[in-house]
Design a protein around this ligand. Structure first.
Ligand SMILES: O=P(O)(O)O[C@@H]1C[C@H](O)[C@@H](CO)O1
Length: 305
């Protein structure tokens, strides 16, 4: 144990270190849910922008509007429904978030990731995170699915990290490796599923990064991000992924490439939420099948736990 792992008392100094890193409010959210649903899922899904339709897969759902859950943020982003479902998906009990939280909504990075800590206390062991993202890699086409092999935590470079602050080891260790944050077995599974569906050409793998938004990036920013080795750029996921890994979850994340990133000043068209939503809508049936099959695979694995 070293100094950073101290969980002692609520001294003023500890309070200043991070007002948010408290177990109790997160536990209150988790207990609220556990007392109101008979489900005890080990698999969870976070729906990205325009992908809340994945929620229609959930049978016999218990539905919790975020505003009813103590200490929980509410969604204000376009295409985010602001509700949590517990139910059955492909025969597997799941917890599914129809709406996530972004920095541009005014939440701290800790609050954006807080639902993942709630998931941990609910008993989630495997997590699927989805997002809408712009394709930086020139080989990517709109409508492709990029499985996250890795990410670049741009906010983390300047100390904005959901794991910063005093440590409570009930949420996992303070220091941990992230070279296998995204579980490679789920990428192999997803590739197989997409090949079986005849969608192999749309299955990509790469590096995701997150900007703060809400504006889309300038051409100069996009060129910089490309130089950093980033294949897809969005406004979410990284904080959730880090929190999930800290909590010991097995993680799969994918980006739906909803738009091409435009770096040419001669192109009049720019990125828009309308294009993001339209691409998500066009791909929703395929994504439902892919996510359904992944949940089934995760369900068989977690049953043994
Ligand atoms: O929640 P995700 O990351 O899918 O949302 C992306 C980023 C912005 O919130 C939005 C832009 O349309 O899509």
């Amino acid at each position: 144990m070293n100094g950073l792992e101290r969980t002692d008392g609520d001294s003023p100094v500890n309070e200043m270190r991070n007002q948010s890193m408290h177990f109790e409010p997160v536990n209150e959210s988790a207990q609220y849910l556990l007392q109101r649903t008979k489900y005890r899922p080990k698999v969870a899904v976070i729906c990205g922008s325009g992908l809340a339709t994945l929620g229609t897969l959930v049978e016999k759902p218990d539905v919790f509007p975020y505003e009813d859950i103590p200490n929980f943020p509410v969604s204000t982003a376009p295409g985010h429904k602001s509700r949590l479902l517990f139910g059955i998906l492909n025969g597997v009990q799941v917890m599914l978030m129809q709406g996530r939280f972004h920095l541009y909504e005014g939440y701290s990075i800790y609050m954006c990731a807080m639902p993942v800590r709630v998931m941990h206390l609910v008993g989630i062991k495997s997590l699927i995170v989805s997002n809408a993202a712009g394709g930086l890699n020139s080989k990517f086409k709109v409508g492709d699915v990029m499985m996250l092999q890795d990410h670049v935590n741009l906010q983390g470079f300047v100390g904005i990290n959901p794991l910063a602050g005093r440590t409570d080891t009930r949420f996992g260790p303070h220091f941990f490796a992230t070279n296998h944050a995204y579980d490679r077995k789920w990428r192999a599974k997803c590739r197989q599923i997409m090949e079986d569906l005849g969608l192999g050409d749309h299955c990509r793998e790469g590096v995701y990064s997150m900007v703060g938004g809400p504006n889309f990036e300038t051409p100069a920013e996009l060129r910089l991000l490309r130089m950093l080795g980033i294949d897809a750029i969005g406004m979410s996921t990284v904080h959730e992924a880090l929190t999930a890994v800290q909590c010991g979850m097995s993680l799969f994340a994918f980006s739906l490439i909803t738009n091409a990133c435009i770096t040419d000043y001669e192109v009049d068209q720019g990125a828009s939420v309308a294009e993001v939503m339209e691409t998500a809508h066009n791909r929703e049936e395929d994504l439902k099948i892919i996510v359904g099959r992944l949940v089934a695979a995760m369900g068989s694995e977690t049953q043994a736990l």
